[in-house]
Design a protein around this ligand. Sequence first.
Ligand SMILES: *Cc1c(COP(=O)(O)O)cnc(C)c1O
Length: 331
Amino acid sequence: MTTPLVTLRDVEAAQAVIAGHVTRTPIVPSPSLSQRCGGDVHLKLESLQPTGAFKLRGATNRLMALTDEERRRGVVTMSTGNHGRGVAFAAKRLGVPAVVCMSSLVPRTKVDAIRDLGADARIVGDSQDEAGVEAERCVAEDGMVMVSPFDDPAVIAGQGTIGLELLEDLPAVDLVLVPLSGGGLIGGIAVAVKALRPQARVVGVTMERGAAMYESLKAGHPVPVKEEPTLADSLGGGIGLDNRYTFALCRTLLDDVMLVSEEEIAEAMRHTFWQDRLVAEGGAVVGQAALLTGKVAAAGQTVACVLSGRNVDMHQFVDIVTRPASGGAPS
Ligand SMILES: *Cc1c(COP(=O)(O)O)cnc(C)c1O
């Protein structure tokens, strides 16, 4: 038998480490989604983290594990924005220097938030991979410690704490819908859920434009994808051709992965705003989009959607939610 990559024990240990540093988020019912899909749908509000997204969990767990010597050298990461903000927040609290490398696709509001936390935010190239080259240079030349946005056992275990909270609050859950990019979020959640409630299905949802994990699972190995602008900007980027943890976790633990279009994401943002009265970024509502389109069957089931973040440019957000929906005027 091979050694498991991340275990329930790791996730439970992470829960103890990050308690008091991150918000234990509520899970709230969504009557409108429940009515639409005939299930009992709940939203896990990771948008209520102080950084506006769940990535604070993994970043905090990883940074708390640094040695004193590593804390002095500082940390570096590449990010589509939310991970960088999580790292910057945790680094500030621990007094650790942080460099965050991002591509030109990362929205201004995310870059500004990272700078405001005192991190050194660097815009490099037009893709997550190009930003990664600068991050690697900081490791090689400046001796900084790399904090991967997803492919690190401590990061995965940190994100997995969402799974523990979800099972505490919704023990009868049958279906967990999770936004999927590099797979740290769903990988960690799946470790917890499959260990404690194996009959629950864990399904990843991602956007059609540049679905790296979806294409990699289909190919049977990590493959590069072209990165394109999308409403789900926080789901952009590849999974790394040298992926060590999340690809294997996703291949072993996920029940399904599905894709949603840009218009379906916009519609889910509108629904979440007008019906659930919540602000969410595009990448955070792909689970709701899968329910609204009927791509995932949920009738008669207890469903949890992870609403992973709310760091959207508010001008863009207002533009999207005030656009007439295909299904008629909002009520
Ligand atoms: C990073 C991110 C995801 C995806 O997480 P992965 O661990 O990369 O799969 C989903 N939603 C939001 C808001 C994110 O920032």
